[in-house]
Design a protein around this ligand. Sequence first.
Ligand SMILES: NC(=O)c1ccc[n+]([C@@H]2O[C@H](COP(=O)([O-])OP(=O)(O)OC[C@H]3O[C@@H](n4cnc5c(N)ncnc54)[C@H](O)[C@@H]3O)[C@@H](O)[C@H]2O)c1
Length: 381
Amino acid sequence: MANVRIGFIGAGGVNFGSNVGSWNHASRLEQIGGVEIVGIADIDTTRAERALAERKRATNATSIYANCKIYSSAEDMIEREKLDGVFVGLPPGCHGSLVKGLDIELACVKAGIHTFIEKPLSLVPPENFVDFARTLAAEQAKSNAIVSVGYMFRYHPAVVKMKEFITELHSAGKRVMCVNARYNCAYSESTKPHWWNVRSSGGPIIEQATHFCDLARYLAGEPNLGTISALNVNASEPSGKLSHIGEHIREDEIRDELRMPRATSAHWKFERNGIGSLMHGISLLGTSYETSFDVWADGLRMSLIEPYRSTCELRVRSGKSESERVFTFEDADAYLEEDKAFIEAIRTGNHSLIKCPYYDAVKTYDFTWAIRRAGEENDCF
Ligand SMILES: NC(=O)c1ccc[n+]([C@@H]2O[C@H](COP(=O)([O-])OP(=O)(O)OC[C@H]3O[C@@H](n4cnc5c(N)ncnc54)[C@H](O)[C@@H]3O)[C@@H](O)[C@H]2O)c1
């Protein structure tokens, strides 16, 4: 079978790794086999060259990169290379728009290139983004390109287990009563200045808590956007002071109202009953996040503990038993699972392997904007 020919768009953290987080699509593709990386496109070609050299050095996996070329323009790469698939890992404001030059995923889908795209889908407000999403769906219908969005937790074995419990719940005619998501990120080693400006990152809910907003939808159904309320702790408040932001971030050059809120507490009702709540924070030092996600229903409590870490637990109390069962997932790698699914979908043409297609991610995008706006309504600077 011929190798699947992949191009990377963006040579930054999500595609090639960084000092924070376990994400890095390149290292996962190296494990999958039958894949060839034929191009890396980044406006910063020095960064792309460095990423390529590091991967070659780290793995000795020279064969997968043997024919890899560096491009300064993604458009050039998709025109010149015969690509089966691309991984799009760009800052949110650099794609997801009908403005020329900010529409690379659309160009890929039009060209029939299967596209894996990282969250968030865009920075364009939902009422304008809808035109882009419709255009992409129309092009996808024509080209039959697979489009997968990087909500990797959907592929996590613990989440697969949670889905099984929820399927059982539904079979018994019951529904989820509550979800409670807690996501606290470590900030002191953050290296990306654009992340700290709401104008370029979208803010903490659109950029980061989006993973748990997506999980809430995936496990409990659609939120009723009209019911959302939210409160923020902002950077200008005494409790929002962060004393370990790296000097290169220069937050003092960002206007108060564009600085990342330090904490957000949101709650909502789901359309088919049940309630959800989210607490997101930027408060920890170092690189390790603290995240957990609870689901409650009649006779069921599930607690997902630390799904970002290689050892993750799912604690479940169900039925009449008052003790909990602990499912431990060692070396769980949701990024590997989502990348395997994408490559297998390319090989087989089976779209159903993709757990978060584009149209589904659009709903998560709308949800995160609604939380952001609900918080901003209550902000005062
Ligand atoms: N799923 C996850 O867990 C996860 C983790 C990290 C990042 N992400 C997402 O991935 C995306 C990228 O994040 P990152 O950390 O890799 O960012 P990054 O800033 O480290 O890298 C982005 C790269 O894109 C390049 N770039 C910018 N505009 C370009 C263009 N027009 N053409 C080609 N290259 C261009 C930049 O030069 C940079 O090298 C973000 O949306 C982020 O939210 C997802």
